[in-house]
Design a protein around this ligand. Structure first.
Ligand code: PEP
Ligand code: MN
Length: 337
């Protein structure tokens, strides 16, 4: 249920409602908008229906949330949510660009690529230290050592770090080093992992599952938010279809669909969607034109030698060129980059 408070409702009215809900074992999520404060009351529907919420002081209206995802829904929060990472704001209008290699490979290369993407105009640095590889014989990532190289790259460039977490047992370690926790496509429905990052204070980049519907994806966001962590960024990275010319099929329509269904920021990863270097720029441009709040682009100084995803990685010069080419497109849709 959404409890809409009257503009003149007092803090005491709000506290009273929240206390009542929590005493009954329900969750109360407060959303303070420009005009109104809303309380999202979530939990057992029978218990919810048994309380005469309309009769509480300060309450204007009580509305059911019809969508299965509640906290993630636009019904719960009309304004766009902004996820803050250092001084980068995702969802506030300026396009946020995350760039870097698929995997952290060594210290020198990580720092070199970080400097390259910084110069090209990236706002956040990526690099996988724990890698979800299809083959158990493929490079699995440098793990803790990789996190240290990411931290060094952040110190040298000032760019906050985004890196993947695959296992609930690694959350604490990764959260001590990284600024954003990435949940990869293969783990979008790892509910234990979602619940545990939901208890964490770090922003989460939630990638769309390889064959997940938009509704399933939003339910995964709901898992994280239900734990109290509302700092979720959705990342469209292509879905599996019958088409084999591209690695996946980039679902650009997901951007405007999500903008209607949810208040969460939406970014696009054209690199994993297309899997081929020459297709990254056109799809990045299309994503910005379609209303994406950000991009995730794989960049490598020497893609031919990359240990992972070299075929889809841009060199730093091509990344810089793409950033320049994106500027007029961003402006045309009322944004900056
Ligand atoms: C990645 O970002 O390197 C990655 C493995 O992405 P995805 O989970 O989208 O395949
Ligand atoms: Mn990759």
């Amino acid at each position: 249920m959404i409890i809409v408070l009257r503009p003149d409702a007092t803090d005491a009215d709000l506290d009273h409602i929240v206390k009542k809900l929590r005493d009954l074992g329900l969750q109360a999520h407060i959303s303070k908008g420009v005009e109104r404060t809303l309380v999202g009351a979530i939990g057992d529907e029978a218990v919810l229906r048994s309380i005469p919420l309309e009769a509480f002081p300060g309450v204007e209206n009580v509305l059911p949330i019809l969508k299965p995802f509640k906290l993630a829904s636009r019904d719960f929060r009309k304004e766009n949510s902004i996820v803050r990472i250092g001084n980068v704001e995702v969802g506030a209008g300026r396009i946020a660009v995350i760039a870097g290699p698929c995997a952290v490979e060594n210290r020198t290369l990580m720092v070199e690529i970080a400097k390259g993407v910084k110069e090209g105009g990236a706002n956040l640095l990526r690099g996988g230290a724990f890698k979800p590889r299809t083959s158990p014989y493929a490079f699995q990532g440098l793990e803790e050592e990789g996190l240290k190289y990411l931290v060094e790259a952040r110190e040298r460039t000032g760019l906050p770090i985004v890196t993947e977490v695959m296992d609930p047992r690694d959350i604490q370690l990764i959260a001590e080093h990284a600024d954003v926790l990435q949940i990869g496509a293969r783990n979008m429905q790892n509910f234990r992992l979602l619940k545990d990052v939901g208890l964490c204070k770090k922003p989460v980049l939630l990638k769309r599952g390889i064959s997940a519907t938009i509704k399933e994806w939003l339910m995964s966001a709901e898992y994280i938010m239900a734990g109290g962590n509302h700092q979720v960024i959705l990342c469209e990275r292509g879905i599996r279809t019958y088409e084999t010319e591209t690695r996946n099929t980039l679902d650009l329509a997901a951007i405007p669909v999500l903008k209607k269904l949810t208040h969460l920021p939406v970014i696009v990863d054209p690199s994993h969607a297309v899997g081929k270097r020459d297709l990254v720029a056109p799809m990045a441009k299309a994503a910005v034109a379609a209303g994406a709040d950000g991009l995730l682009i794989e960049v490598h100084a020497n893609p031919e030698e990359a240990l992972c995803d070299g075929e889809q990685s841009l060199k730093p010069a091509a990344f810089k060129q793409l950033m320049d080419d994106l500027r007029p497109i961003a402006r045309a849709v009322g944004r900056e980059i």
